[in-house]
Design a protein. Sequence first.
Length: 287
Amino acid sequence: MTSQSSKPKRGSASVASSVDDTAETSASVNDLIAALTHPRVTAVLEQHFSTFLEKTVNKVVDEKLLPIQESINQLSADVAAIKQSASTSTSESLSIKKEIKLSQNSNEEINSYLRRNNILIQGLAVTSYADVSSATSSNDGALSMASSNSRVMESIMNLFNDTLGVNVSAADISTAHIIARANTAGLPSKNQSPPIVVSFVRRSIRDQVFERRKMLKSRLPGVYINEHLTQSASLLFAKARRRMKDRDLSSVFTRNGSVFIKVTTEQSERPRRILHADDIQSIINSG
């Protein structure tokens, strides 16, 4: 039998080569894994990955929140503009109110000045109801002036000269007229003596009469002489007197058409002028 020499088979060589490659690849993978799991490498990877992840997240968040932030900024700007507008409107409103108040005060001063030579007499029996009825009266019950008549002049001259002892002549009187007050039926009241407004030619004569008005308490009870106040001053005076009756004030009086109050009876407290009802409480609180 003829012997034949053995030769390596190609298939076996290929398998061996493949096994070697696999072994080498496996070793390389293991080395790579070992390298990647090395503490220093993992630390570096973690640092870079964290930075990358943070930047990525921040970018995404910024992209999503940017429109919302812009809307918030716009809303904040709108709110600020509204507040500014409201503040401006409030300032303008306060300014207008202040101007109106100053204008009212100025008109009040003028009206009071025009009445500086006047006095108001209340409770003096002057004339008959027929004469009072001749005085014109507005339908809404407001005060209205009636023309002077001889009986009015006779009554006030007797009051000034005989009761108060002030030498007054007809030439000292500019005008004297009754004020008719309408009742609920729109007719002059029968049960009350109508108030009388007397306007003097000279302030000095008026002051003499006014200074002696306290004599009426004993000589002619029920008759009073007061300053001829404007309507607003008269209402203010009435409110202040109510507070005095409630013992919130110690005294209330008028001078030259203005209303003055005192909170205490202390002589050191100076009377303070009030222009509005709110001034009463303000002075009481500050007292």
